[in-house]
Every structure is written in C-alpha cells, then in structure tokens.
Write a protein that binds this ligand. Structure first.
Ligand SMILES: Cc1cc2nc3c(=O)[nH]c(=O)nc-3n(C[C@H](O)[C@H](O)[C@H](O)COP(=O)(O)OP(=O)(O)OC[C@H]3O[C@@H](n4cnc5c(N)ncnc54)[C@H](O)[C@@H]3O)c2cc1C
Length: 396
C-alpha cells in the first residue's frame, strides 16, 4: 500500500491540501484527529518521513485524568507512583490522575494502519533537506530532488540539521535530558506492577541531576531507566554500568535478562520556538511542545493537536490564533533550567522539595502547565529561596 502510494507520487506530481514534514508523534497525532473527525476525507494529505516506523524507538509516559485520544494503545498504567531521595521517600496515590505508558511501536502501528485505510493520505519516505515556501507554494528537497507543491498548508515536526545561528542565541541555556533504559525479565517475582517509580534520586549525583525510574509491567518484567539532566551525554557503557549498579544496589536484583534497550536525548532549552514560520507551522518538539524543565512532550503534543484540528474545522479561526504556552510557564521553565545549569542547587533538592511539600496531584498539574497562579505561588514557596531568586533575576 505504502509502496504503491510512493510510486504514484513518483509518476505524477500530486497536489496536497496538507503536508506534514516528519511523520512522528506530533504529525500522526494531528492526522489521526483529522481522520477521526471524518471531515477531511475530501482533503489530500501527504506525510513525508525519512524512514518507515518499524522499531520500538521510544516509550512515552505521561499522566492524565480520563481516557485519552490514544487510550487503546496504552500499554500499562499506574495509579501509584514512588518517589525516592535520601531524606524523603513516598508512595504517592495520584488519583484522579493515572500515569500511562505507550510503546512507540504500538502507536505507530495503530496510526499507520488507520492512515493506510484512507485513500486521501499519501506517505512518502525520503530524507528532507531544505523546505522553502513562497507565495505560490512549497519546494521540498527530498533525497536531493526538489519537489514542488502548490498552496498546501505545511506542518513541520523535525529540526533542520543546520539551523541558522540566529535561532540559538548565546543567552540560551541548553541542557540535555539523556537516558538509557533496559526492559528486563527476572526468573522470580520482584516487581510490584501496581506502582511505578517516578524518580529515584538515591543514585550518585556527582554528574548533575541524575535519577532512575522503574516501570513494572508484571512481577517479572520492567523498564528500568537511568536519566541525567546535564550538558553532555555519557559514554554508552557508562549508562550500562549505572543501570546494573542501580539494579543491584537499590532494587536488589542480580539475576535478570535484558530483552530490549532504549536510549534517548531530549533537548532542554530556554530557546524560543515559533509555531508559525514563513515556511509553515512547527508542531511537536520542533514547535516548542517539549517542556524545557522536564522533557515531557507527549501530552503537550496532544493538546496542540486538538487545538490544530479544532481550528482547521472552524471557519472563523486561523491557525496563527492558536495560543502558545503561557509566558509564566515558559519563565518557570527558564528559571529551573538556570538553577540546574548554573548549579545554584541540585535537581534532587528541587524535586524532593516539590514532592515532599505538595500533594502529588498539584505537582503534576503544575508540570502540565495547568495550575492556577495561586497554586503556583504555593508550589514556588516550597522551593529553596535564594537559588531560585538568583535564577529568576538572571532570566528576567
Ligand atoms: C527515546 C525517547 C523517549 C521519550 N520519552 C518520552 C516520555 O516518556 N514522555 C514524553 O512526554 N516525551 C518523551 N519523549 C519526548 C517526545 O515525546 C518525543 O521525542 C516525541 O516523539 C516528539 O514528537 P515529534 O513529533 O515532535 O518528533 P518525532 O516523533 O521525533 O517526529 C519527527 C519525525 O521527523 C522525522 N525526520 C527527522 N529528520 C528528518 C528528515 N531530515 N527528513 C525526513 N524526516 C525526518 C523523524 O524520522 C520522525 O519521524 C521521548 C523522546 C525520546 C527520543
């Protein structure tokens, strides 16, 4: 099916109403919503990605109160989360929230099987180089060949390899959230599948903010991740060393089989992202949907996708009217990044204070950018004053 669509594009230059450069989480989230409304069947849609999604290349975790749009591909959910640090540990009941996990491959398979049933949607595989929009249309360089499209609305969800220097201002703070995880299987029951470990800060903090998390799927199978918020990534073998040390020292697990691995890097940056550019609309991480202070993105993508679809359906709203992240949340994120980057205090101190002094639901709401200003004042008042004041002045 995909092959035939691809060759159809090769033979004759089709024209499209909507073009998505990058067909990952954000593009698929918008397209799936467009399909589900049933109102876009007469619109031609093109998805372009450098490669087909055949690997389980990531695991998405997020929290929500009700069934979400992708509920049928949720692999596992938990209503209890553990938090560990040297001087505070807790098992937190997070109801009405549930902490949910979606495997990348289940999400991709579900989306592409739906998409393939829609004859108005084409998929093209090729590496995109430049994208240039002018008054008459869009020129997209795909595998070094420029294809011309007229009057399509463009949604882009990947970062160009070479970005202009102006995008990364010298004042921007750039940290990396980098992590490696193993799905392990043990011969005996060692996990409690009823609760997940959200953050375990008992691990060594010498490199900077470092924590582990554990997502148990059954009594004998779990995803265990080792995560850092630092300027540079580690050598590959260092993550392995730390993961096996964490399993041995804190989970007391010595006998296990690694059945899958995950590695990821998520930029945590104070950089400004624009939704609308001269070349179309940036969505997903490329459109600023990654929360700079936590790396969580999935739910922000879902909110943005819902707004985009509603806007496309409405005759009196233009996409450029879609509100961006409220300025005060961008400021909080900048301040926390400044605190961590300049080592004004540790991530372990910050997250321990947050969870020790607030109900978990309030912290999750705050991390979702959904708290009220009064709730935020209460949360902020729990944080170490001087480091945050200094960072706030620096970022103001
Ligand atoms: C391993 C990993 C785990 C993560 N876990 C979580 C999590 O638990 N919770 C959470 O909220 N967020 C998580 N994130 C962050 C975020 O949710 C994901 O990165 C998410 O996939 C972002 O969606 P996106 O559409 O913006 O980008 P992507 O899903 O990365 O989509 C971009 C697409 O563009 C394509 N592309 C890139 N370059 C080109 C090119 N030159 N030509 C053509 N196509 C191109 C890529 O193949 C990809 O399909 C994780 C990220 C990673 C990497």
């Amino acid at each position: 099916m995909i092959e035939s669509k691809l060759s159809a594009i090769g033979r004759r230059q089709e024209q499209y109403d909507f073009i998505f450069t990058g067909a990952g989480c954000a593009a698929l989230s918008v397209v799936m919503r467009m399909i589900k409304t049933g109102k876009f069947a007469d619109k031609k849609i093109l998805l372009i990605d450098k490669e087909p999604k055949i690997k389980n290349d990531r695991t998405w975790c997020f929290w929500e109160k009700e069934d979400g749009f992708f509920e049928n591909v949720v692999y596992k959910k938990w209503d209890k989360l553990s938090f560990f640090s040297d001087y505070f540990s807790d098992i937190m009941e997070i109801s009405p929230y549930e902490y949910k996990m979606i495997r990348g491959i289940d999400f991709y398979n579900y989306c592409f099987s739906e998409i393939e049933r829609n004859r108005n949607i084409d998929i093209l595989y090729g590496k995109i180089g430049s994208i240039i929009c002018d008054r008459e249309g869009i020129s997209i360089e795909i595998d070094n060949v420029t294809q011309r499209f007229e009057h399509a609305t463009l949604f882009n969800s990947f970062f160009p390899e070479q970005e202009p220097d102006s995008i990364n201002s010298k004042k921007d703070i750039n940290l990396l959230q980098h992590f490696k995880g193993w799905i392990i299987e043990t011969p005996h029951a060692v996990f409690d599948p009823g609760k997940a470990t959200f953050m375990d800060f008992r691990v060594d903090q010498a490199r900077g903010t470092t924590f582990a998390y554990v997502l148990p799927f059954s009594e004998t199978r779990a995803l265990v991740e080792y995560t850092l918020f630092t300027k540079d990534i580690l050598k590959y073998e260092e993550y392995d060393k730390e993961l096996s040390a964490y399993l041995k020292e804190f989970l007391k697990i010595a006998d296990y089989k690694i059945i899958e691995e995950e590695f990821g890097v998520i930029p945590m940056t104070t950089r400004k992202f624009d939704f609308f550019t001269g070349n179309g609309y940036n969505i997903g991480s490329a459109g600023g949907q990654t929360k700079a202070s936590s790396g969580y993105t999935f739910q922000f993508i879902q909110k943005q996708s819902r707004l985009i679809t509603e806007c496309l359906l409405s005759h009196d709203k233009s996409l450029s009217e879609i509100p961006g992240t409220p300025a005060r949340f961008l400021f909080y994120d900048k301040v926390l990044l400044d605190v961590l980057y300049n080592k004004r205090t540790t991530g372990k101190e910050v997250f321990t204070a947050l969870f020790k002094k607030n109900p978990p639901q309030q912290v999750l709401k705050f991390m979702d950018n959904e708290s009220s200003f009064t709730e935020e004042l209460k949360i902020i008042s729990c944080l170490p004053t001087f480091p945050f004041l200094k960072a706030a002045f620096n970022q103001f």
